[in-house]
Design a protein around this ligand. Structure first.
Ligand SMILES: NC(=O)c1ccc[n+]([C@@H]2O[C@H](COP(=O)([O-])OP(=O)(O)OC[C@H]3O[C@@H](n4cnc5c(N)ncnc54)[C@H](OP(=O)(O)O)[C@@H]3O)[C@@H](O)[C@H]2O)c1
Length: 256
């Protein structure tokens, strides 16, 4: 399928690592001019150089950081709001009201800051794609990190509201909920869990056991790869997804 993405311009927030980096690389491989974003300029520039993109640096927890990113990125056709933070060790007891406010600011309001700066231009030009990265925990919250799960429900919800707002504009708005994806950070966390559970010492030792034990609630029966997630985002970013809007698509292997 020709995704017709050549010549489009995209900003992927939080693309100096993890899922964001994979999305940036996958879009670039389809001919998209990608703006790599993060707070660490060296990491952003290294990735941008590899994929033929440019960089925008700024802390999206603040309006000033968002302004700096908007100025550097200029106009974009595709906005992927990927930036998000989480910590599975946090619990109801250990989380303060400030922690809830802080994560909402980064995981939700940072996306709104980007929407306010980039979507008016898309609307004026009559074409655009806005994609919220979220998590399957939006539908399946656990006892730990309740604040993170709640921000993901908000991400899906705001994607649908924005779709209503953008009715008949040529700009679509969707969310993609990830579950069980083996990002570099996830690999480190799972390796630690595997050591504690006696599955082995390195990820390579324990990959098969970890895959079996950790995916009892996943229909595909294995952990997902970042590329499998990035492919869905890339399809949504393309003109071929014109009849998909207001949706939350799940890339979670059928997690339930
Ligand atoms: N990993 C998973 O398995 C998983 C599962 C479900 C959903 N998700 C979602 O996927 C997204 C990416 O997760 P990830 O694990 O791939 O992330 P990650 O590896 O931790 O990367 C986070 C990115 O965000 C940037 N960043 C962090 N705080 C920032 C801030 N205040 N302002 C600007 N940039 C900031 C970091 O760059 P700098 O350090 O350069 O600032 C980095 O590029 C998140 O929204 C997460 O909720 C992930």
């Amino acid at each position: 399928m020709d995704l017709q993405l050549t010549g489009k311009r995209a900003l992927v927030t939080g693309s100096t690592g993890g899922l964001g980096e994979e999305i940036a690389r996958t879009l670039a491989a389809e001919g998209v001019a990608v703006v790599v974003h993060g707070r660490d300029r060296d990491r952003a520039e290294a990735i941008a150089e590899e994929i033929g993109g440019t960089v925008a640096i700024g802390d999206l927890a603040t309006d000033e950081g968002a302004d700096a990113v908007a100025e550097a990125a200029k106009e974009v056709d595709v906005l992927v709001n990927n930036l998000g933070v989480f910590d599975p060790s946090l619990t109801w007891d250990s989380l303060s009201a400030d922690d809830w406010n802080d994560i909402y600011n980064v995981n939700v309001v940072a996306s709104v800051r980007m929407i306010k700066r980039f979507v008016p231009g898309m609307r004026e030009r009559g074409w655009g794609r806005v994609i919220q990265i979220s998590s399957a925990l939006s539908d399946y919250p656990m006892d730990t990190q309740p604040h993170y799960a709640a921000t993901n429900a908000a991400r899906n919800n705001l994607a649908a509201s924005l779709s209503r707002e953008l009715k008949d504009s040529g700009v679509t708005s969707n969310a993609v909920a990830a579950g069980g994806i083996l990002t570099p950070k996830a690999k480190v966390r799972l390796t630690e869990l595997g050591r504690q559970s006696g599955w082995g010492e390195t990820w390579e030792d324990m990959a098969e056991t970890a895959g079996r034990r950790l995916t009892t609630m996943v229909d595909v029966g294995r952990i997902g790869l970042p590329r499998e997630y990035a492919d869905m985002v890339t399809f949504l970013a393309s003109p071929r997804s014109a009849y998909v809007t207001g949706a939350t698509l799940r890339v979670d292997g059928g997690w339930h």
